[in-house]
Write a protein that binds this ligand. Structure first.
Ligand SMILES: Cc1ncc(C[n+]2csc(CCOP(=O)(O)OP(=O)(O)O)c2C)c(N)n1
Ligand SMILES: [Mg+2]
Length: 329
């Protein structure tokens, strides 16, 4: 692991490092703002923040190319921002406004972008996993070398449909990367209380699916793993599992009593492992950026996020007639 990390670090340019810093910071600040708007009553319903997990999706996306697809659970704002969806459209969907990606009718857990190949946004735990395999099937059928990033949590990894999917994905050698975002908790249940195996990726072995553990607080380690997994899939070798060990700083959702872990546990992670601080350190100690450069990036991100909040407040509520559009019956 250490050797791989060193290699990844020496291969990365100052510009790349800065772009990861920027992308992770955008997610962090966007989520903080969403939390504020929720507190003000401007966002209703479910809202699951991604704070702490930013390096996962930014590292994975670093090896993506045009045409690749992504699908995830309800903890989805970071995935949308990382694949280039518009922060205004995401925030306005959170506030239930017309300018949102689902015209204000979907909310936090139900957004999609055909243009960016983002297929949701799924509230049923594990439901996106077979859908991800289906997306990968479409690319295999068309004969291109696109891959599908299928994200799910440690809790979702205990769903039966995950293993039905593993079987078919391995059988048909589908170009799908199963990304297990192991943030160590499923709502208030710690992994060791719910899950028989310590390393969840090993559950791919009976199906012949290779996989590995990745340090999800280190964006460069995630990027290196993503390069390996995408190369495997693009070469037609079938699915790959990345179990990315990460941590969420906030509660499961906005209504979480947080009684299942100590404040010290969260603080220790923030102090010692924060993914954004790690890149900040690399940039400064490697003299790739000055404090001033980073301040300029912080300012730029703040402006983008503030604009998204203004847009999300000013965009009108959907018209009543919208109740009758985009439905099956
Ligand atoms: C089929 C199903 N069962 C239960 C729930 C309620 N539920 C919502 S999130 C969640 C925990 C999932 O945890 P994990 O997969 O680790 O993802 P994380 O929230 O940590 O990102 C549960 C049980 C649900 N939405 N769907
Ligand atoms: Mg979890």
């Amino acid at each position: 692991m250490a050797a791989k990390k060193t290699q990844a670090k020496s291969n990365v340019s100052a510009e790349e490092l800065k772009s990861y810093y920027r992308d992770m910071l955008l997610i962090r600040r966007f989520e903080e703002k969403a939390g504020q708007l929720y507190g003000m009553g401007l966002i209703g319903g479910f809202c699951h923040l991604y704070i702490g997990q930013e390096a996962v999706v930014v590292g994975l996306e670093a090896a993506a190319k045009e045409g690749d697809k992504r699908i995830t659970s309800y903890r989805d704002h970071g995935h949308m921002l990382a694949c280039g969806m518009d922060p205004n459209g995401v925030m306005a969907e959170l506030t239930g406004r017309e300018g949102g990606y689902s015209k204000g009718k979907g909310g936090s857990m139900h957004m999609f972008s055909k243009e960016k190949h983002f297929y949701g946004g799924h509230g049923i735990v594990g439901a996106q996993v077979p859908l991800g395999a289906g997306l990968a099937f479409s690319d295999m059928y068309r004969g291109n070398d696109n891959v599908t990033f299928t994200y799910f949590g440690d809790g979702a990894a205990n769903q039966g449909q995950v293993y039905e999917t593993f079987n078919m994905a391995a059988l048909w050698k589908l170009p799908v990367i199963f990304v297990i975002e192991n943030n160590q908790y499923a709502m208030g249940t710690a992994q060791n209380r719910s899950t028989s195996t310590e390393d969840i990726y090993t559950r791919g072995a009976p199906f012949g699916i290779p996989g590995e553990i990745v340090d999800g607080m280190d964006v460069l380690a995630v990027k290196a793993a993503s390069e390996k997994a995408t190369a495997h899939c693009r070469a037609g070798k079938g699915p790959y599992i990345l179990e990315v060990k990460t941590y969420r700083y906030r509660g499961h959702s906005m209504s979480d009593p947080a009684k299942y872990r100590t404040r010290e546990e969260v603080q220790k992670m923030r102090d010692e492992r924060d993914p954004i601080e790690q890149v900040r350190d690399l940039l400064l100690t490697g003299k790739h950026a000055t404090e001033e450069d980073l301040k300029a990036i912080d300012k730029e991100i703040k402006a983008i996020v503030n604009e998204s909040a203004d847009f999300a407040k000013e965009s009108p509520e959907p018209a009543l007639e919208e109740l009758w559009t985009d439905i099956y019956a």
